[in-house]
Ligand binder design. Structure first.
Ligand code: PLP
Length: 385
């Protein structure tokens, strides 16, 4: 039996596991609805969209144990999780503070959907408490941020945001997708709700899309109510796959953290590499804060080659191990050009202001051998150099 004060390594394996008929792992319950007693109350009704089927419960328990929250909810995607977390408390006339430079999907949700629902929004600087105070209104309800931003890996004043939210009675919500719970536990920093795209590190195998919201029972009841109505539920087979993926989370993250740290260091010493962005490097603007908050700096790093876009795209063609593909957080290394993918919708000028040049390459570092990744990047650098 596990207990919830055990280490993440142990919880990832044992928390939330159910053993019907002595099964060692929680089997897949491929049933949309479940029988109830003839005199049962409507609240005891079990149905997939109500998120109370055995595979959903098992995964929710495992994730809540890892984030050390009372409750959890799994959703059909990371965006479904973020939508449920943000929208469940907001009403027309309310106001939201959100960190600027959010993940593209979240930015689109906030910028395009919130105003249509009569909800006001201000994007704020990640560190400027005076600005937060100046923008605060009597109607402000939510402060939303990310633990590490895409692709330049800024780390906001996360403790400051959680404290500010508590002081002003705001719901603090954090997207912690880039920092799975073995690297960082947002509730320890004071956050109310934690969102994850399970598509990324928690599942870790690039084979499902999913999301989760974790938090205290009372607020999670509102998130669940929203999800029941909007219907973005996770099916049992996907729950099973994520449940399996999470078991190796800590092992994968140890390798990923160490591969990324070593690659970032190695890249920063190569001729032909103009710049490396990784919060584990002492030259990163938020390195000190990341060191205080995180255990491991994650698997995303960015670098810029001398010579602009042509050189960067030739480099992408020359690498043999990492695939050129969107998304992140799997066991295999992936490369993207943010200017051509996640940030393609912005003007070149807007990208330049954010620090995203046409030749910036983002790498999601996998669990391959460091030496093989290093040698592969070296041969690709030599070929374009
Ligand atoms: C991928 C991602 C999302 C969205 O997740 P989906 O599972 O694709 O819906 C949200 N936030 C961050 C930081 C992400 O990387």
């Amino acid at each position: 039996m596990h207990s919830n004060n055990m280490a993440a390594d142990t919880l990832a394996v044992h928390a939330g596991e159910h053993h019907p008929d002595g099964a060692v792992i929680t089997p897949i319950y491929q049933s949309a609805m479940f029988k109830f007693a003839a005199d049962a109350e409507v609240d005891s009704l079990k149905y997939l969209r109500y998120n109370n089927s055995p595979n959903q419960i098992a995964l929710q328990e495992k994730l809540a144990a890892l984030e050390r929250t009372e409750a959890g909810l799994v959703c059909a995607s990371g965006m479904a999780a973020i939508t449920a977390a943000v929208m469940c408390t907001l009403r027309p006339g309310d106001h939201v503070l959100a960190q600027d430079g959010l993940y593209g999907g979240t930015l689109a949700l906030f910028r395009d959907e919130l105003p249509q629902r009569g909800i006001d929004l201000d994007f704020v600087n990640k560190d400027d408490r005076d600005q937060w105070r100046a923008l605060l209104r009597p109607t402000t309800k939510v402060f939303y941020c990310e633990s590490l931003t895409n692709p330049l890996l800024h780390v906001a004043d996360l403790r400051g945001i959680a404290d500010f939210a508590r002081e002003h009675n705001l719901l603090s919500i954090i997207d912690a997708t880039f920092t799975p719970p073995c690297n960082f536990r947002p509730v320890d920093a004071g956050f109310d709700l934690v969102c994850h795209s399970l598509t990324k590190y928690l599942n870790g195998h690039s084979d499902v899309v999913g999301g989760a919201v974790l938090g205290a029972r009372a607020i999670m009841d509102s998130v669940l109510k929203f999800q029941k109505r909007y219907g973005a539920t996770m099916d049992p087979h996907t729950c099973f796959l994520v449940q399996r993926g999470v078991k190796t989370l800590v092992l994968r993250m140890e390798r990923i953290n160490s591969n990324a740290q070593q690659l970032a260091h190695w890249l920063s010493e190569q001729e032909g590499v103009a710049k490396v962005v990784y919060p584990g490097l002492s030259g990163h603007a938020d390195h000190q804060r990341a060191s205080e908050l995180f255990r491991g700096f994650g698997g995303i790093l960015c670098f810029e080659l001398n010579g602009g876009f042509e050189v960067a795209s030739e480099f992408m063609r020359r690498v043999r191990i990492p695939l050129a593909a969107p998304s992140l957080g799997g066991v295999e290394s992936l490369l993207t050009l943010p200017a051509k993918s996640s940030h393609a919708g912005l003007s070149e000028e807007a990208r330049r202001r954010m620090g995203i040049s046409p030749s910036l390459i983002r790498m999601s570092v996998g669990i391959e051998a460091f030496e093989d990744l290093r040698d592969d990047l070296a041969q690709a650098l030599a070929a374009v150099g």
